[in-house]
Every structure is written in C-alpha cells, then in structure tokens.
Design a protein. Structure first.
Ligand code: UDP
Length: 239
C-alpha cells in the first residue's frame, strides 16, 4: 500500500556530481538517481523535485571570497537551474513521463515561470515537476524553497536525500561511536538539539504547516520506495 500520493523530493547538487574527481556532473550518479525517481513514479506516486546547486556554487562562501553575499546567492540559484535542466534531460532520456521545469524567475527560452496553480495542475496530470531557482531570493539555501514548494503544491510529505547517512544522528557518527540514529523526531528536536541536517528556517516552516519530512540515504537503493511504503525515519509533530 502507498502511504503518500504526492511527494516532493529534495536533492542536493552533490547527488548528481562526483566528489572524488570533483566533476560537477557525474553520468553514473545521474543515471542512479533518475532510476530511483522513476521507481517512485512507477509506484503511482506524483513527484515534484527540487535540486540544490552545491555542486556548482553556494552563496555562503561569499565572505571567504570577499564578494557580496546577495550576488553569490544569485550565482548559487542559477546553479540550481543548471542542475534542473540536467535532471530534466536525464529523466527524459529514461522515461516517457512528461517533465516540466518551473523557475522562480523568468528563464523563458528553456523553462517556464513557476505558477503555483499550474504546478498543481501538472502534478494532477502525473507530470514530473522540477522546481528551479530556489525562491528567487538570496540569504537562504534550497532547503527553504523545498518545504515551501511542497506546501504550496499540496505534497503529502517531503523526502530529503542525504549522501552517505541513513538519517539524523544525535551527533556525527564519524566522530562519535555513541552517535544514535533517530527513528522518529519532532520538529522541535531539530532546533533544540541543534541538528544541522537541514536549515532550521525550513524545519520551522514544515512544523508550522505540519508537513511530514523523511531524511534518507540516497545511496541506499530503493530507500524512497521504503518511505512510500511507510518504512524509514519520520519527522513530524508528536505533540
Ligand atoms: N540559493 C538562494 N536562494 C534560494 C535557493 C538557493 O540564494 O532560494 C542559493 C544559495 O546561495 C545556495 C545555492 O543557491 O547556497 C545553492 O543551493 P544549496 O546550497 O541549497 O545547494 P545544495 O547544498 O542543496 O546542493
């Protein structure tokens, strides 16, 4: 039985890159993640995707580089659009699903502007929708628009892909042998325990709107299918 009808999947730019040889794109990584997403679609789930731009540029290095933060964030947002186009073409090559990239700012020669009701309409029609360009505003990362778009387009939950970690730990498992993996977690715990797996602004938005979140290891095959079947870490309000 499927637990969710409509999901937003949040990927980091590193999901399609190669951290070893530092290539911003990696063909094998792209093939893997597109296959995983197609498996979710084949279960009958409506899928929206948002991908970060960290494989290309992150605005938070602005101070180190002596450049303006807002401009650095613009460059980061453009990175998310490049990744979204790469993702669209990889998904298209592997499936017959219709795909739409919707950007937060005008990019009309290769993507359409995000309009909430139009995005909902595409999801209703079973298209894969990729949200690109974040919110179009600086000083945040893609975590916040991931939660925002999920709520706006009435997704039942958000799945947050993490590389090489099975979920949220009480401390860094690479440094602490006693690190404990949380099976379930209240939104508040992210904040009070200062768990930095996602931006706290995004967690607060999810909390306010009761959006369930699942953090999963994207290098574990079929992890998203397990979540759709009701297995895996669950972050929600337990109050
Ligand atoms: N960004 C932004 N506003 C947004 C979304 C993203 O300014 O609404 C910028 C920000 O500089 C961020 C970069 O785009 O660092 C790339 O996104 P992110 O860091 O979330 O990428 P990820 O770590 O998920 O690959």
């Amino acid at each position: 039985m499927i637990k969710y009808k409509r999901l937003l999947i949040k990927l980091s730019g590193e999901a399609i890159s190669n951290p070893v040889n530092k290539n911003i794109f990696d063909h094998q990584a792209l093939e893997y993640i597109t296959d995983e997403i197609i498996k979710v679609k084949e279960m009958g789930v409506q899928v929206a995707i948002i991908i970060g731009g960290g494989n290309i540029f992150r605005g938070n290095i602005a101070a180190r580089w002596g450049i303006e933060r807002a401009e650095a964030d613009n460059i980061g947002m453009l990175g998310t659009i490049i990744n979204s186009l790469m993702f669209r073409t990889a998904l298209k090559a592997k499936s017959a699903y219709k795909i739409r990239v919707m950007t937060a700012m005008r990019m009309e020669s290769f993507a359409e502007l995000y309009i909430r009701l139009r995005a909902i309409n595409y999801l209703d029609k079973d298209y894969i929708v990729i949200f690109a360009g974040g919110t179009g505003q600086p000083y945040i990362t893609t975590d916040y628009p991931a939660v925002q778009r999920a709520i706006e387009t009435k997704c039942d939950a958000i799945l947050v892909a993490k590389n090489g970690t099975n979920g949220v730990f009480s401390s860094d498992p690479k440094k602490d042998d006693n690190a404990m993996l949380y099976k379930t977690l209240a939104y508040e715990d992210f904040i009070t325990k200062n768990l930095n797996i996602m931006d706290h602004s995004a967690i607060l938005l999810a909390k306010e709107n009761g959006l369930p979140m699942h953090i999963f290891n994207f290098s574990q095959p079929a992890a998203m299918l397990d979540i759709c079947k009701g297995i895996n870490i669950d972050v929600k309000n337990f109050l």
